[in-house]
Design a protein around this ligand. Structure first.
Ligand code: SAM
Length: 351
């Protein structure tokens, strides 16, 4: 195509000296042309728009110890950061499978990885849920030598306001990893009972103000993240003691906003249900001596991983499991604050 045939697309205009909104960050969203800008953002401890910084890479490579010729699975492909590292270790002769449920980011990651030269003979990519692991087994030769799951959401998903994952930006109240299936958070709030809403706020995020919040939110038609955040703020404002200092109110409110969004996200994606299913399927998907590492980001996930691994060890399915959880190093947490809540556990299937 000649230059004349390429339609000229004006970049998004922004107010002030720096782009602030996600869609305005045109340099970060085009890293191929603006590599230096990207490095500056990374040096500030931030994640560039449209990117994800992989967590505990060294620890995961050490635990999974991928070898040339092996067949592995990245069960949460995301940006493909871990996948690239794992793939480099299984070559020559090996293969990596990569799966993800997200129909928006998956094709972008696929295009990025293919452009780096990883074709389908070494990198097998499928858009499926990790609760459907056994579907991969025939093509994988019956089992995997190692498996990684880096749970939750990627920075691309959190930072894109159109996905509705964050109370910090205005967007549709969706929160689904796969917006083409199931109920959005907005639909859930309209259809859920008050009792169930209260339970899920407690079970999914240990929310201490679950009772008044369930009363305020249940049955409401809340279309956007901002509307939900405002309703939560208004509900909490009516609960604070008159003498509560302003900075405490702000801090408590922020924690509740984070917890309510987390609780709704877990619910609309059935995150505990699919994690339990994957943990139950894992042993039959690993080869004897196969290794698994799971990165989780809150206590509800970590409890499930820990229990499944420990009960697998007791019954002899796993030869050994993580005696305690591994956290990102101080340096990593400082360089990438989004890694702060990460918890890593591992298990090795009996030979
Ligand atoms: C934290 S990100 C992974 C980032 C990735 N490790 C990297 O280095 O770029 C988690 C990813 O897992 C995906 N995911 C979450 N739950 C899933 C599930 N049940 N099945 C498949 N993918 C899932 C999300 O869509 C998201 O892309």
């Amino acid at each position: 195509m000649t230059d004349e045939a390429v339609p000229h697309k004006r970049r998004v205009r922004y107010v002030g000296t720096h782009p602030r909104r996600f869609e305005e960050k045109y340099k970060e969203l085009n890293p191929e042309q603006h590599g230096l800008e990207l490095q500056k953002v990374l040096d500030r401890g931030q994640t560039p728009a449209g990117m994800h910084r992989s967590i505990c890479i060294e620890e995961i490579l050490q635990l999974l110890a991928p070898q040339p010729g092996e067949v592995g699975l990245d069960a949460t492909l995301g940006f493909g950061g871990h996948a690239q590292e794992l793939l480099a270790k299984v070559l020559p002769g090996g293969r990596l499978f990569g799966i993800d449920v997200d129909p928006i980011e998956f094709p972008r990651t696929e295009a990025r990885l293919r452009a780096k030269g990883f074709d389908a003979s070494v990198l097998v990519l499928k858009r499926i849920n990790f609760s459907q692991l056994p579907e991969l087994l025939p093509e994988a030769g019956g089992g995997f030598d190692f498996l990684l799951a880096d749970l939750g959401v990627s920075s691309m998903q959190i930072d894109n306001p159109a996905r509705g994952f964050s109370f910090k930006t205005d967007g549709p109240l969706d929160l689904r990893l796969d917006p083409s299936s199931g109920q959005s958070a907005s639909e859930l709030l309209q259809s859920v009972t008050r009792q169930r809403l209260r339970e899920l706020l407690v079970d999914n995020a240990d929310e201490p103000y679950a009772l008044p919040l369930a009363a305020a939110l249940q049955g409401q038609y809340i279309e956007t993240t901002t509307q939900l955040a405002e309703l939560i703020r208004a509900t909490l404002a009516g609960l604070w003691k008159r003498n509560m200092p302003e900075d405490e109110r702000l801090a408590e409110t922020k924690k509740t906003l984070q917890r309510v969004f987390q609780a709704l996200r877990i619910e609309v994606n059935d995150e505990f249900g699919v994690l339990d299913a994957m943990l139950a399927l894992l042993p039959s998907c690993l080869k004897p001596g196969g290794r698994v590492a799971i990165l989780s980001f809150h206590s509800g996930e970590d409890r499930r991983v820990k229990k499944a691994f420990q009960s697998g060890e007791r019954s002899g399915i796993y030869a050994s499991v993580a005696p305690e959880l591994i956290r990102p190093s101080f340096e990593e947490r400082r360089a990438n604050p989004r890694s702060s809540s990460a918890k890593l556990r591992w298990a090795i299937k009996a030979a």
